[in-house]
Ligand binder design. Structure first.
Ligand SMILES: [Zn+2]
Length: 111
């Protein structure tokens, strides 16, 4: 049984609340237990890295940018047909469960 998240890696989502509201991005990682996802270009944080010693070499310090996880309640899957954030439903077809857009009933592929 797949995770209960309706979002899968590779999906395009739109942020519906918070600082990044309206931003779209591709889902890179799922954190199902935390009900969070990591989305490319969304919730970007900067981390200042101090100089570190690695394998006898000194790495130059710098700013690392990384995407912090965002709660799934703050994102919605973008329907490829409507091109809008969509409520997702399921349609059973034989053994398979497909995600569909509740608005236009297009099948949303992914996973
Ligand atoms: Zn749709």
């Amino acid at each position: 049984m797949a995770s209960s998240l309706k979002i899968m890696i590779g999906d395009t989502i739109e942020v519906i609340s918070g600082r990044d509201r309206g931003t779209r991005g591709e889902v890179m990682r799922l954190l199902p237990r935390k009900r969070r996802v990591i989305v490319r270009g969304v919730n970007v944080r900067k981390k200042h890295q101090r100089q570190i010693q690695a394998a006898g070499r000194t790495m130059s310090p710098g700013i690392i940018q990384f995407e912090a996880p965002i709660h799934i309640s703050n994102v919605m899957l973008v329907c490829p047909k409507c091109d809008e954030p969509a409520r997702v439903g399921y349609q059973i077809e034989g053994k398979n469960r497909q995600r569909i857009c509740r608005k236009c009933e297009a099948v949303i592929k992914g996973g």
